[in-house]
Design a protein around this ligand. Structure first.
Ligand SMILES: [Zn+2]
Length: 121
């Protein structure tokens, strides 16, 4: 289902009205590293405490709604059409819980990531 309103990055694109996928896997030092990008400015989100998500806050939409990622205090202000919001760090906590990835398992994955030599980003 397309996002209910155009986002700044989707304006003028063939997929007008569809949220671009702002989670990408980027090549870094011959490895592939997942990264998150702001839906408004397109820049990478580097600090979860300085970002949030916006979404259409409609309890009658039982199918759910897609989310937009934005830098706090700058880009988020330009996404006012989305009525709901949540700090990114809280969103990620809920998401990890809802996909069965609790803190202990996340810690173990972090140890494994470091053991494999992935760079600290
Ligand atoms: Zn931004």
């Amino acid at each position: 289902m397309p996002f209910p309103y155009p986002t700044p990055l989707s304006l003028g694109q063939p997929e007008h009205g569809k949220v671009p996928n702002m989670i990408k896997v980027m090549p870094v030092d011959e490895l592939f590293v997942p990264m998150l990008f702001c839906d408004f400015c397109g820049e990478r989100i580097r600090d979860a405490s300085m970002a949030l998500i916006r979404f259409k806050n409609d309890p009658s939409d039982v199918a759910g709604t897609e989310v937009l990622y934005a830098h706090k205090n700058t880009c988020e202000m330009k996404l006012e059409a989305a009525s709901g919001w949540m700090e990114l760090r809280i969103f990620l906590d809920h998401l990890s819980n809802n996909v069965g990835f609790p803190a202990k398992a996340m810690y173990e994955a972090q140890v494994e990531r470091k053991r494999l030599g992935f760079p600290e980003m």
